[in-house]
Design a protein around this ligand. Structure first.
Ligand SMILES: [Zn+2]
Length: 318
């Protein structure tokens, strides 16, 4: 396969066969579909800060079991805990610390808890899109995914009067049509991918899109450390203070390099007593440093875009 075919041959060609039989255009095409482009870390953070701290919380609540059609009260109660107990504790901690955060909330969760959704924007936090019912977006057809993301956007806008500018896909992944959908709906940033520690511009088949990526990672997420499947054999519970050490190490390295420390938490996970104390201690550790800029993901995306302006007419179709 000639390398001049790159980008002109559908990556789907040959995927029915085993991967070791794929032509170069197939494996290269998959890799090039969505890729990290320009790094977007500015020379300096606002106010001369040395590090940017972007905290996020995903108030999924009942949508995790609902997404899979699981409707029993025991499973739903775990999500209910997030709304009744976890979210108020998180809001209280942020208010007392004076720290803004971003809340990626599935639309069904926001409809179940409209006062909570409004409390986020009322307190000066950012509310952003996290799917309709925490659907597994990589399994959806293009039309269904587009309709659900659009409906989620309109729902959060109607509930709070503030139009979200960012999205975190529920599955932390893209389908073949996710990127085109996000560009079409005018999102300024995504926070679902993992190609760097620092923000970058997303490329679609090698072309700049203008879409800012604020990368996540499972290392900086509470769920993998603390959650379990009731009927599964694995019990991956970690000691909360061990997890605090991992996150503090992540922050310390970001501080030394002048980068971004991004964290993803869930009210129904971190909101428990023995875990919230760890978040409080982490915020105290961060707060003991000079030159910390606390930013919502939208603020961060805006700042890195301004520092490294995107092309005038970014590619709108991947
Ligand atoms: Zn989620």
């Amino acid at each position: 396969m000639s390398t001049t075919d790159q980008g002109t041959t559908s990556p789907d060609q040959g995927t029915a066969s085993p991967s070791w039989q794929w032509p170069e255009s197939t494996w290269r095409g998959h890799v090039e579909a969505v890729r990290a482009g320009r790094p977007l870390r500015p020379e300096r953070w606002p106010g001369g800060a040395r590090v940017a701290v972007a905290l996020s919380f995903d108030p999924d609540h009942e949508t995790i079991p609902l997404r899979d059609g699981q409707t029993t009260p025991g499973l739903l109660a775990q999500g209910e805990y997030g709304a009744r107990v976890g979210a108020p504790r998180v809001l209280d901690l942020l208010a007392r610390s004076g720290i803004p955060a971003t809340f990626f909330m599935p639309a069904v969760s926001a409809l179940l808890h409209p006062q909570e959704a409004r409390a986020y924007t009322r307190d000066g936090h950012e509310l952003a899109v996290h799917g309709w019912i925490h659907e597994r977006n990589t399994l959806l057809g293009a039309a269904d995914e587009r309709e659900l993301v659009g409906r989620a956007l309109e729902t959060l806008d109607a509930l709070t009067g503030q139009r979200p500018t960012g999205i975190r896909t529920p599955s932390w992944d893209f389908s073949d049509s996710t990127l085109a959908t996000l560009l079409d709906l005018g999102f300024a940033y995504d926070s679902s991918l993992m190609a760097d520690d620092e923000p970058y511009e997303i490329l679609a088949r090698g072309r700049p899109t203008g879409l800012v990526e604020i990368p996540v990672d499972w290392i900086r997420d509470d769920a993998p450390y603390f959650t379990m499947d009731r009927y599964g054999a694995v019990r991956p519970h970690s000691r909360p203070r061990d997890v605090r050490e991992i996150w503090a190490d992540e922050f310390d390295a970001a501080y030394r390099s002048g980068g971004v420390f991004q964290l993803t938490l869930h009210p129904h996970v971190i909101g428990h007593r023995s875990r919230l104390v760890v978040l409080r201690e982490l915020l105290e550790h961060i707060g003991a440093h000079e030159g910390v800029w606390y930013a919502t993901h939208a603020d961060l995306a805006r700042t890195v875009r301004a520092a490294a302006p995107v092309p005038e007419n970014p590619e709108q179709t991947p």
